[in-house]
Design a protein. Structure first.
Length: 373
């Protein structure tokens, strides 16, 4: 049974190079596109892309609607179908401009579209599970800290709590990027794996002096007791060695950064499970901080500074992508509204804030906000 088409493989390689070099897409974002193309080729029995016809797209959509998810053993979600078809649509729009494929119709790619109803379902946001500050504190203070690895793990979660650092940045940051005296960390894109390779400074969020102390003690431990230099990683990878059983096992800290984020996610998972809480991934801490900022900030300027500290260009990113009010709190607010009539000054202040917000957001769009998260 044919499992690939050599000509198609060459075309796909060109497309992936285009995405990576011209569109600056990461390997992680290209992987699901490759998977979508493979789904389509499997359906067409690996026919050449040169013979693409819009009827193939129509048939593939029906085929996709009947497929089951390997992970859940349920029909594929609308969101999965939407992203798969969107990837195919973009590919064939690119392909019809390439030499040897200009006979293909650009509009033929439009048939890779869900119905308006299914598109709305696919794009509808679902309520994100966000840990509370109290849950995170319980996790941190329940973690052991006897060994070097245990100290690192506890300090890592404390650090992400007080900075909202993305997990890839935390995996690659170095001691020289931290300034304890000024309470800040400089995420230097020349060495730190930041989103969009953007350099910026984050000041420690006020999430508790005890949380700050855990992180400060870790930095001091590395510098004073382990005599690490400023170029050494802030959160080093685990060094593996042969144990008494003859098997490889953790043997302390290695003087190199983690190559990927999987070990960090494992640390988070095990820490939450250890106290009987559901797993919250590292990125969810950014949502926790956004919600904490909404409740803490008193002025529009406060909110803007809080948003910038999360490395967001626009306050709308923080409010729209991270700032969703949880349903229980939503009910409390709605029920309380109207009990006390706001003063004229309060209403005028609110109007000014809304006007400033709309003015600052003029020319932007929601897609940019989603991209920044």
């Amino acid at each position: 049974m044919t499992k690939y088409n050599a000509e198609n493989e060459r075309v796909k390689r060109r497309y992936f190079t285009f995405l990576k070099e011209a569109k600056q897409r990461s390997e992680a974002s290209i992987d699901p596109i490759a998977k979508a193309l493979n789904r389509f080729e499997t359906y067409t029995k690996f026919k050449s892309f040169k013979v693409y016809h819009f009827q193939q797209a129509i048939g593939f959509k029906k085929h996709l609607a009947q497929q089951m998810s390997v992970r859940t053993d349920e029909p594929l979600s609308k969101a999965t179908a939407y992203s798969t078809l969107a990837a195919l649509k973009a590919f064939f729009q690119w392909l019809c401009r390439e030499p040897g494929f200009k006979h293909l119709s650009y509009s033929g790619a439009d048939y890779f579209s869900l119905s308006l109803k299914d598109t709305a379902i696919a794009r509808a946001g679902k309520e994100e599970r966000v840990p509370t500050l109290e849950q995170i504190r319980r996790v941190i203070f329940a973690m052991p800290f006897e060994t070097d690895i245990e100290k690192r793990n506890r300090a890592l979660i404390a650090f992400i709590m007080m900075t909202g650092a993305r997990v890839d940045a935390a995996a690659s940051i170095r001691l020289k990027h931290v300034n304890l005296d000024e309470g800040k960390v400089f995420q230097d894109a020349k060495q730190v794996r930041t989103k969009y390779s953007k350099s910026f400074t984050t000041y420690f969020f006020a999430v508790g002096a005890d949380i700050h102390a855990i992180f400060s003690d870790w930095v001091t431990f590395l510098q004073k007791e382990r005599l690490w230099s400023l170029d050494d990683p802030l959160f080093p990878a685990t060094r593996m060695g042969l144990g008494a059983s003859g098997q490889f096992e953790p043997a302390g800290l290695d003087r190199k950064c983690w190559a990927n984020t999987s070990p960090i996610r494992k640390i988070f998972r095990e820490a939450f499970e250890a106290v009987g809480l559901p797993y919250f991934n590292p990125h969810s801490f950014r949502s926790t901080l956004a919600l904490h900022g909404e409740r803490t900030c008193q002025t529009f300027e406060d909110l803007k500074a809080w948003s910038q500290n999360l490395a967001h260009k626009s306050l709308m990113t923080t409010l729209c992508s991270y700032g969703q009010v949880e349903e229980r709190r939503q009910a409390e607010i709605i029920r309380s509204l109207g009990r006390e009539k706001p003063s004229g000054d309060d209403q005028e202040a609110l109007a000014r804030k809304i006007a400033e917000l709309l003015s600052s957001h003029k020319g932007g769009d929601a897609s940019q906000a989603r991209a920044e998260t």
